[in-house]
Design a binder for this molecule. Structure first.
Ligand code: ATR
Length: 273
């Protein structure tokens, strides 16, 4: 039998950790598969996806900048992909339809609740940012039934629009950053500010001694956001490396029907960054 083929499509793609993560999952679960990173040019995305599945390919991960286009191509959408309006995972179902899933939010929730021993249910959560990364996590976060999610973004109008489009799923609202009041149980940074070493302009008083913070970015050193969180007295601040591994595990489960163990993969990845 030919070996099953998987790819991650993106541009750029050389930085992708997905091949090593999926290779480790395959090893741990005794699955035989081939997973590679592939650079896809902007005007060739749809054609490359179609050709991949037509040639027998089993599954794709999709990363920047193609997640919205992957969503647009799909014939079937998971609830998370539908609300995210973006997909990071594609595969064909038994009817041969292209299915889009977004495992980013599931990955975040699993990292927080399983790996980090956190609790989101009935908690007050501040989410910072209103771009694609935040849109991708709100459905799974709301599925945990937090007490409230407040979205705050540098450009407030974007936070308002985003929160509005999720009000059917739970208690979610937007608040201008400067008007945030009271402390939160969780503060999740979903902005790309950390990439540039920037910190969103947050007021003081958001953090109490039991506040947990999570930066969806990851880095070898403490991120600027997490350094701020600790300085403000947060109980704990974690970065998004676990989310990266857990979203991959959810894709693997969808494709292979088995949820791979993640702890060792995460430890090895942490040592390598
Ligand atoms: P992504 O796909 O990573 O979410 P995006 O859709 O471009 O990327 O969104 C980037 C997010 O990071 C936005 O919420 C952006 O705020 P604006 O909507 O005001 O642009 C936020 N962001 C980026 N740099 C930031 C900075 N230096 N300070 C605060 N927020 C920042």
């Amino acid at each position: 039998m030919p070996i099953h083929q998987y790819r991650v499509f993106g541009n750029p793609i050389h930085q992708s950790k997905s091949p090593s993560i999926h290779k480790a999952f395959a090893h741990a679960t005794h699955q035989h598969l081939n997973y590679q990173a592939q650079l896809v040019l902007d005007d060739e995305f749809e054609r490359t996806v179609t050709a991949f599945f037509a040639s027998g390919g089993k599954g794709l991960n999709i990363t920047v900048p193609f997640k919205q286009r992957a969503f647009a191509m799909a014939q079937m959408l998971s609830p998370a992909a539908q609300k995210a309006e973006a997909a990071n995972t594609l595969y064909l179902n038994e009817q041969g339809q292209l299915v889009a899933e977004n495992t980013d939010g599931m990955g975040l929730v699993r990292d927080i609740c399983s790996n980090l021993g956190g609790e989101l249910t009935a908690k007050r959560i501040l989410v910072i940012g209103a771009g694609g990364a935040v849109r991708g996590i709100l459905q799974p976060l709301l599925a945990q039934q937090p007490l409230a999610i407040v979205v705050a973004n540098r450009t407030h109008s974007k936070a308002e629009q985003l929160a509005e489009s999720f009000t059917d799923l739970g208690n979610i609202s937007a608040c201008p950053m400067a008007q945030l009041q009271g402390s939160f149980d969780w503060i999740i940074n979903g902005t790309s500010a950390s990439l540039a070493g920037d910190l969103p302009a947050l007021p003081g008083g958001l953090i109490n001694p039991s506040t947990r913070c999570y930066d969806m970015m990851y880095s070898a050193d403490t991120t600027v956001f997490n350094a701020w969180a600790i300085e403000q007295g947060a109980e704990q601040a974690d970065d998004g490396l676990g989310m990266l591994v857990e979203q991959a595990a959810q894709s693997f489960r969808l494709w292979r029907g088995v949820l791979p163990p993640t702890a060792e993969v995460l430890q090895a990845l942490r040592r390598s960054i």
